[in-house]
Design a protein around this ligand. Structure first.
Ligand code: SF4
Ligand code: SF4
Length: 129
């Protein structure tokens, strides 16, 4: 499950993520990070589901971190797509690539719903659901 973690100035310098990884032993993967002295925002992939996932999210909340589940995914309109590639290189997580037949392929697990590809597409073939 992809989750956006929002750190306020009060907690941005605390090693919340490292402590939760150490405590749970989970391999939480960072997909995107924007951090400065004032605030931080990470998109992470947490390899858990159901009750265990909710327990992990509660640990972040108890540590003062706001949690948003990233559930939006993309839709590609293949009737519009001209396989120009303009959306591929700006994608920060390499969620888009060409397949062997130059069809645009999308890896939902890697997508952090940042909209960069939506804005990059010259024919408006990509929408966020
Ligand atoms: S929204 Fe587009 S650019 Fe952003 S991560 Fe997803 S596929 Fe990549
Ligand atoms: S930028 Fe648009 S037209 Fe170009 S490959 Fe991506 S989805 Fe297709």
């Amino acid at each position: 499950m992809r989750v956006r973690l929002i750190y306020s100035p009060e907690v941005v310098e605390k090693p919340v993520l490292a402590e939760i990884i150490a405590k749970t032993g989970l391999l939480i993967n960072i997909l995107e990070a924007k951090v400065n002295a004032q605030k931080g925002e990470l998109v992470v992939s947490i390899p858990s589901t159901g009750k265990r996932l909710e327990e992990i999210l509660a640990m972040f909340r108890e540590a003062g971190v706001r949690v948003q589940k990233v559930t939006k995914v993309l839709q590609i309109d293949y009737d519009r797509c001209t396989s120009c590639g303009a959306c591929i290189s700006p994608c920060p997580t390499r969620a888009l690539r060409f397949g062997p037949d130059w069809t645009l392929e999308f890896d939902e697990e890697k997508c952090v719903a940042c909209r960069t590809c939506v804005n990059a597409c010259p024919v408006k073939a990509i929408t966020l659901l």
